[in-house]
Design a protein around this ligand. Structure first.
Ligand SMILES: Cc1cc2nc3c(=O)[nH]c(=O)nc-3n(C[C@H](O)[C@H](O)[C@H](O)COP(=O)(O)OP(=O)(O)OC[C@H]3O[C@@H](n4cnc5c(N)ncnc54)[C@H](O)[C@@H]3O)c2cc1C
Length: 474
């Protein structure tokens, strides 16, 4: 054990400890039934789709099948950022006019307020807090230019200057005090939630609207208009596949959207004295400029939940268990303390992980294939908490044939198939080798920048190479 103390049993999900006693499992599907829509997967995508279908068309019979328990996948395990952006947005809107881009950015930004509004309206208590997000240059000087470029990119993309603005060092230190807080971007349209409370509350909410949820009911086959589990089946004109990074059973989807692992830690609740040093009174989300992503936020009970450095594993298996090893916890804790020196000696009480879905097109999608009676949404690439709300709502509009603004967004596809719209991932070991090469190259660039010494040939060369990688995968 290093100089930082850790619980020896720190290998579990903090969020699930906030739910109180776990209720008994919902009944399994044990009969052959019929429904207007059957949804596979009780994470955010499946449940938001059910929610909007029921709100818009209360007479429809909706059945949700979940292989394990509600929130078993990424929705019950994530870092809790509710982001007013989409990973891969540029790929959807890069070719549109400035006006159209601004409209799309407005839709994803407003989506955050819409999540907050619905939670308040439905009485879902999930610690929703709109404290914005800080994307800081917090460790070394080169990060200032990286973040300045990123801010310019956000504005060119269509995000408003009111929503995304620059903080100089002093303004940054008023919000949060990092080791080397040189400055950073402040994004107003970002909130945070306790995701386990959100997914549990949402499930109860849709049940109140008379959606049927079956747990421990793994779909074995998804054929046209019929989903079968080991003990029963649901016949329906519309099947929604909402399994994102957990589509192991469905090769047909997994060829296009693969699981990538993401790991998170939670500290002990911090003392008031520590919070005085750190700041973050508005409980913002925070990240610092790195291609090797890191992100965190101050929880409602005064901890820091912090995630960093997703990984792709050979063979693309979803992470069913939640445990992560000591080394993974230690690496994230050291990175967190490097960002926030006031955390020196902090105890890490929890560490856990899960799988998110990455589409081969590196952008999320909401697709309805009316001919086959099949709909799906996902590929959120680690930014799925807010996106799943927007995309679940979009799927509901597509299914109900509503002529809404959402179905006209470039990520919404009516009457098309995921097989045609999303490329297939390359076979192994090509995928794994490419992921290793990119991670290695990103880590090399970061190590050079950390040294804070000039490397007139190597630095720009690595930056160009990594920009190229990023343009391919981000
Ligand atoms: C550690 C981690 C941190 C993250 N942090 C953030 C963050 O801070 N902000 C953010 O925006 N995004 C974050 N994400 C991503 C985000 O959590 C996901 O994109 C989002 O939750 C996806 O929701 P979903 O409902 O589409 O999929 P999931 O929540 O993964 O749900 C899929 C469900 O399908 C079920 N299922 C699978 N196969 C079957 C079957 N055959 N039959 C029945 N059910 C089945 C699974 O059991 C699972 O419950 C993070 C992800 C991880 C793993």
């Amino acid at each position: 054990m290093s100089e930082y103390a850790m619980h020896t049993d720190a290998h579990s999900n903090f969020w699930s400890t906030t739910l109180g006693e776990r209720p008994a499992s919902r009944p399994r599907l044990t009969a052959n039934v019929q429904a207007d829509v059957v949804i596979v997967g009780a994470g955010f995508t499946g449940l938001w789709t059910a929610y909007y279908l029921k709100r818009l068309a209360p007479e429809r019979e909706i059945v949700v099948l979940e292989a394990e328990r509600v929130g078993h996948g990424a929705s019950g395990r994530n870092g809790g950022w509710v982001v007013g952006n989409l990973a891969g947005l540029e790929r959807h809107i890069g070719g549109l006019s400035r006006e159209e881009r601004r409209t799309c950015c407005g839709v994803v930004a407003d989506n955050v307020d819409e999540v907050g509004r619905v939670l308040a309206h439905e009485g879902i208590e999930a610690d929703f807090n709109k404290g914005g997000a800080i994307y800081a240059a917090a460790r070394y000087r080169d990060q200032i230019a990286i973040q300045r470029d990123y801010l310019q990119h956000l504005h060119e993309l269509g995000h408003s200057e009111a929503n995304c603005c620059w903080l100089d060092a002093e303004q940054l230190s008023e919000k949060a005090r990092f080791r080397n807080g040189h400055g950073g971007i402040y994004h107003r349209q970002v909130a945070t939630v306790n995701p386990a409370k959100l997914v549990a509350g949402l499930a109860e909410c849709v049940e109140r609207l008379s959606v049927t949820i079956h747990e421990q009911s793994r779909a074995e086959t998804l054929s046209h208009h019929k989903v079968s589990t080991r003990e029963g089946s649901v016949e329906s004109p519309m099947v929604v596949c909402a399994t994102e990074g957990y589509a192991d059973r469905f090769l047909d989807f997994k060829r296009h959207v693969i699981p990538v692992q993401s790991l998170v830690i939670a500290t002990e609740p911090l003392s008031e004295a520590r919070w005085q040093e750190i700041g973050m009174a508005e409980r913002p989300a925070f990240a610092d400029a790195s291609r090797l992503i890191n992100y965190g936020h101050r929880t409602a009970d005064g901890r820091i939940v912090f995630g960093a450095r997703g990984n792709y594993y050979l063979g693309a298996r979803s992470k069913a268990d939640q445990a992560i090893d000591d080394e993974a916890i230690r690496m994230r804790r050291d990175l967190l303390v490097d960002l926030l020196p006031a955390l020196e000696g902090v105890r890490v009480e929890y560490g856990w992980g899960g799988s998110l879905g990455l589409s081969r097109n590196f952008r999320p999608h909401a697709i309805l294939d009316r001919r086959d009676g099949l709909a799906t949404a996902g590929g959120y690439a680690g930014e799925g908490v807010a996106a799943s709300h927007l995309f679940g709502r979009t799927l509901a509009d597509l299914i109900l044939e509503r002529d809404s603004e959402l179905v006209r967004m470039p990520w919404a596809f009516a009457n098309d198939s995921h097989r045609r719209l999303i490329k297939r991932w390359e076979p192994e070991p090509l995928r794994w080798l490419a992921a290793q090469a990119i991670t290695f190259s990103y880590a090399g660039e970061e190590a050079l920048m950390r040294r804070d010494k000039p490397a007139p040939l190597l630095k720009p060369a690595l930056r160009r190479l990594n920009d190229r990688f990023a343009s391919i995968i981000e």
